[in-house]
Design a protein around this ligand. Structure first.
Ligand SMILES: C[S@@+](CC[C@H](N)C(=O)[O-])C[C@H]1O[C@@H](n2cnc3c(N)ncnc32)[C@H](O)[C@@H]1O
Length: 380
């Protein structure tokens, strides 16, 4: 199997660190919240890898070890981790690396697709968090996703998917190729990822920038998760610090808006770290011209946030004028698609307070709670 796993696991890249920060931030919250009402909680690492990066004193935990460490730390909860790995050598490494955590771990050899049905049987009704982190897109075929997505809706199921839009974009470059056999095989693979109802080829008929295309590629995948399986999904970009280029999107899918609210806070924290890392590199003169629009920031992180807040104020007012009275919680859910990872509850609070001071929005009481009803007032 020609997978560049050796070089991948040689050392943890800075962007992988942010992916792991999302996991380390989210999984304990998922476990604590659902663990109060359900006995056992599962974390399924469907593309687990060998468990670590680097060697000897440079060694750092990969996702299955991070999960195991979380499970061991949350001793009042029963978090059980199922790891799947398809490459024999990596599986053997994984077995050794996770051996100290035997009571929390269940390692399974083979592809995620081959294992998913038995995993679904074994987890039964327990709340389960699936982390799907392949190299590229292979392994994320819609048929595989359907097996998870069609799990009975009453059982708590959440997903965090590494969706590699740049890889999709590169492979879709075969659309114009004259080499029919190769082209057809690439395009068939992309069809399998996007699923039967997707018309992804239309994205490549337009004259969009690369960044716009990446987003347009991820959007139908996200919509598929929402429309076909009833998830509420959010997209968060993982970029390089050096030039801001997109490595992949993390797509989170939950069935409850609270899941999106919590991952939104985690994404926000990770995004702040990213901006700080870029700001430091900029000071050192190491930042290259980037693709993300924040590559060579003219504003400080605080100023950028202020600018975003101004836009959020407009969006909050626009939403209330368009939709009429809305609860504070509902408002955050309504605007989440656009703002997830950049604006969190404190910003919505601040936006509402500004609008109240301007006399264009009102509510009764002083503090804003989840179920506080926001009323738009006629603008004089
Ligand atoms: C990106 S690495 C995983 C990194 C790991 N999740 C982490 O964050 O430390 C992807 C891993 O999935 C394995 N893999 C590839 N295809 C797979 C499949 N269909 N099922 C299960 N594992 C697969 C690869 O061998 C590789 O070890």
């Amino acid at each position: 199997m020609s997978i560049p796993s050796n070089s991948f696991f040689e050392r943890k890249r800075e962007w992988s660190r942010r992916k792991h920060d999302v996991l380390s931030g989210y999984l304990p919250q998922f476990t604590r919240i659902l663990g109060q009402y359900h006995g056992r909680i599962y974390a399924v690492d469907g593309f687990a890898g060998r468990g670590y990066y680097g060697e000897d004193e440079e060694r750092e935990s990969g996702s299955p070890l991070l999960f195991a460490e979380i499970a061991a730390k949350l001793e009042n909860y029963q978090l059980r981790c199922i790891n799947v790995e398809v490459v024999r050598k990596e599986f053997e490494n994984l077995q050794i690396a996770t051996a100290p955590y035997l009571s929390h771990i269940d390692n399974r050899f083979g592809s995620f697709d081959r294992n998913v049905e038995s995993i679904l049987r074994d987890i039964g009704q327990s709340p389960t968090f699936f982390f799907l982190d392949p190299f590229g897109l292979k392994g994320l075929e819609w048929e595989t996703m359907s097996k998870v997505g069609n799990r009975y809706k009453g059982f708590k199921t959440e997903l965090l998917i590494n969706f590699n839009a740049p890889k999709f974009d590169r492979d879709a470059g075969w659309l114009d190729s004259r080499y029919e056999r190769k082209r057809d095989s690439f395009l068939r693979r992309l069809d399998k990822v996007m699923g039967p109802s997707s018309n992804w080829r239309g994205i490549f008929d337009k004259d969009s920038s690369r960044e716009e295309r990446y987003r347009e590629i991820a959007t139908p995948y996200k919509s598929g998760l929402e429309n076909e399986f009833g998830f509420i999904a959010s997209i968060f970009p993982i970029r390089t610090v050096e030039d801001g280029s997109l490595k992949y999107y993390l797509i989170h899918a939950a069935r409850h808006p609270l899941g999106r609210r919590i991952i939104g806070h985690i994404f926000y924290g990770v995004h702040q770290q990213y901006l700080r890392a870029r700001a430091i590199l900029l000071q050192q003169g190491g930042v290259q011209l980037g693709l993300d629009g924040i590559a060579v920031p003219k504003l400080s992180i605080e100023q950028m946030e202020e600018e975003d807040l101004k836009l959020l104020v407009q969006d909050v007012l626009g939403a209330l004028l368009e939709r009429g009275p809305m609860h504070f919680g509902e408002l955050q859910d309504y605007l989440a698609d656009k703002w997830v990872g950049r604006m969190v509850e404190k910003h919505y609070r601040s936006a509402c307070n500004q609008l109240r001071t301007r006399g264009v929005v009102s509510w009764s009481g002083t503090t804003l709670k989840e179920d506080t009803l926001l009323q738009p007032l006629p603008i004089r």
